[in-house]
Design a binder for this molecule. Structure first.
Ligand SMILES: Nc1ncnc2c1ncn2[C@@H]1O[C@H](COP(=O)(O)OP(=O)(O)OP(=O)(O)O)[C@@H](O)[C@H]1O
Ligand SMILES: [Mg+2]
Length: 541
């Protein structure tokens, strides 16, 4: 990787991180200049929870700085402390060498600190351009100048290589595109510091490459970029320096070059990782029993979202759905579940002649769907972890038959443990959980219903490497016990690790289906690219 403006790489900051205390951030490395942001000894508590204890962070102009740590380590909280969302209990924040304590995110933005939060925070029923220019709309004679707004937004989108119509309604786009729009909005302002909290979790490799290009350009222009991601490969590709947090404490700051992934993971979790071995584990391929299919889709389709698709699914089988962003993965899931209604074809369960027409039907037939849109369809922020977790089970029993208290307690405790949900407190409010931990609760919500078929759309998005492995193992285990799974993920490695059979999507249709007998990531990419090529060829005849 070549870069010009970043501080020179040094050897590791010496010193071993132990649980006894953090390594001081200031090791004897050459002075990389004056930080544009310096946070010193920041502490924040929420009630009894110490979310941050004495954490420090330095950001230098022209660097990409990865903020690393497990789910709940304090990454988002540290960012919100900097941007005035949270008030700090103690510590000092220096911006451009001057002490600052932003009262509001707008104040931070005014000082050149621009943030894209973990959850898309835009307004779905406004247009793309309106979202991008929100709060700083160009005006003419006191009125919002829509034409200028669209023009300006279009220019930014084009600069970022994003093919999105400025006048289209934001909510009509998939989450990944909405995420890119949020990033476009953030980079459009004059920023000295750009904070990206898990910007890539819903993006495919093409979009990630696009984003990285933008980040490199901004870095060259001297912007300090904070990057949060649970994808270690991405962190290594783009970052220069990193700060590692664990349980709300600083472990250390160090250069990315010279740190192995294994070292990084050890420092993040504070112990050796048995799960890293599991990562190389063969998929649990208990050959699914054939017989009557659990589910049969015939000619299932919907105008504009999926061309007529056939699919059969057997008990205990994991079908992995691969395909790029916009290929129709989510659309297939929604049609299978009845969340969207089909224009053509039908879905039958256990060869029953009654067709699935709505989520209600699907749930009655023990089909569950964990949607990719956790903010829109999932998290109920003001309820507890236990209530969120039991919601689907309660709904399927009917609201007049409450789940017995002892069963509630046992189920919730079991899944808090199985998924390592933190805090391990059934009564914690959902809004107080970190992003990754909320995601685990949503997954548990469907697991507790013990479905025959579980449709998982991006279940491990935003989940740290340790917990991700746990979830994969859990899914494999349930499948071995007879549950069928449709597993959708932008991460091809994960799809390949888990599935018995592979469905590859492109341009809103199924282009291939095959047993997963040693299929590699590049095989899948070739299938997708091959299809693209053959389309070009046909286009030329
Ligand atoms: N408003 C709040 N009230 C109570 N606790 C909170 C609040 N916000 C965060 N916490 C707690 O602070 C800790 C740090 O959470 P934070 O969201 O910063 O984690 P994170 O590192 O961003 O994790 P993830 O990778 O899952 O996004 C967690 O234990 C979380 O439950
Ligand atoms: Mg977070």
């Amino acid at each position: 990787m070549t870069q010009t403006d970043v501080p020179p790489a040094t050897d590791d900051v010496p010193g071993q991180a132990t649980d006894d205390g953090p390594t001081p951030a200031t090791g004897p490395q050459p002075d990389p200049g004056t930080p544009v942001v310096e946070m010193r000894d920041i502490s924040i508590t929420f009630g009894a929870v110490a979310a941050l204890s004495g954490v420090s962070l330095r950001l230098f102009p022209g660097e990409v700085h990865a903020l690393m740590g497990e789910n709940g380590a304090g990454k988002s909280t540290l960012i919100k402390a900097l941007t005035g969302v949270y008030t700090i209990d103690s510590g000092t924040i220096l911006v451009g060498g001057r002490e600052q304590d932003f009262a509001t995110p707008a104040a931070a933005q005014g000082a050149g600190i621009s943030t894209v939060y973990q959850e898309v925070n835009l307004v779905p029923n406004l247009t793309v351009a309106e979202n991008m220019m929100l709060g700083r709309e160009p005006r003419r004679f006191g009125m919002i100048d829509h034409r200028a707004m669209n023009r300006q937004a279009a220019a930014t989108l084009e600069r970022l290589g994003l093919d999105v119509a400025p006048g289209s309604v934001l909510g009509d786009h998939p989450i990944a595109v909405q995420q890119l729009v949020a990033i476009a909005r953030a980079v459009d302002v004059e920023a000295r510091v750009l904070i990206l909290d898990e910007p890539t979790s819903s993006l495919d490799s093409d979009e990630v490459a696009k984003l990285f290009e933008v980040m490199r350009r901004l870095r060259e222009a001297g912007v300090a970029i904070v990057f949060v991601s649970h994808f270690l490969d991405q962190v290594y590709e783009i970052s220069d320096r990193m700060t590692i947090l664990r349980n709300g404490r600083l472990v250390e700051e160090r250069m990315v070059a010279g740190t192995t992934q294994l070292e990084l993971v050890q420092r993040m979790i504070g112990r050796d990782l048995e799960v890293l071995d599991q990562l190389d584990r063969e998929p649990a391929s208990a050959a699914p029993t054939r017989g009557t299919p659990l589910l049969t889709a015939v000619g299932l389709g919907r105008k504009g979202s999926l061309e007529a698709t056939d699919l059969e699914l057997y008990d205990g089988e994991v079908i992995g759905v691969a395909g790029l962003l916009g290929s129709g993965r989510t659309e297939l899931a929604r049609l299978l579940f009845g969340a969207d209604s089909a224009d053509t074809g039908s879905v039958e369960v256990r060869a029953s002649r009654r067709r699935l027409r709505s989520p209600r039907h699907a749930i009655d037939r023990k089909i569950a769907f964990s949607s990719e849109d956790r903010k829109g369809e999932g998290v109920i922020a003001d309820l507890t972890v236990a209530d969120n977790m039991l919601l689907a089970l309660q709904a399927s029993r009917g609201w007049l038959r409450p789940i017995p208290q002892a069963t509630r307690t046992r189920l919730v405790a079991d899944y808090i443990e199985a998924l390592d949900i933190r805090p391990a407190d059934p009564n914690a409010l959902m809004r107080h959980l970190s992003g990754g931990n909320q995601q685990k609760v949503l997954l548990a919500r469907w697991l507790v219903t013990e479905p025959d078929l579980l449709i998982l759309d991006e279940p491990t998005r935003g989940i740290d490497i340790g917990a991700k492995t746990q979830i994969q193992a859990l899914v494999a285990d349930l499948a071995a016990k007879g549950m069928s799974v449709v597993f959708i993920s932008a991460e091809l490695e994960e799809v390949l690790r888990l599935s018995d059979r592979l469905v590859v999507m492109r341009d809103r249709r199924k282009i291939a289906e095959r047993p997963n007998d040693g299929v590699s990531v590049s095989d899948v990419l070739e299938i997708i690219a091959g299809e693209a090529r053959s389309e070009e060829e046909t286009a030329h005849v």
